[in-house]
Write a protein of this length. Structure first.
Length: 82
């Protein structure tokens, strides 16, 4: 098994860990291991794709119809002769 050192923990957080460990009748180290195990035991929730998220957000508005401007004829290129 690996060993890990955690530095710069706030005093209040350490106190809360110590109190919680005592209430469960175990050491702070055992309590920290249990907290990490519980927090990391499930797979992370993957969000929907960005496209799907945007469509779900816009769906209630039923979309927006945009007026497209009429297309103009192609312009003749300018003469660049000197």
């Amino acid at each position: 098994m690996a060993t890990m050192t955690i530095r710069n923990i706030e005093d209040e957080l350490k106190t809360r860990l110590r109190v919680q460990a005592a209430s469960h009748g175990r050491s702070m180290e055992d309590e920290a291991r249990d907290i990490l195990r519980a927090a990391l035991s499930s797979e992370p929730v993957r969000g929907a794709s960005l496209v799907k998220a945007i469509r779900e957000r816009i769906a209630p508005t039923e979309g927006i119809e945009l007026e497209l401007p009429a297309r103009e004829a192609i312009r003749t290129p300018p003469e660049l002769d000197a």
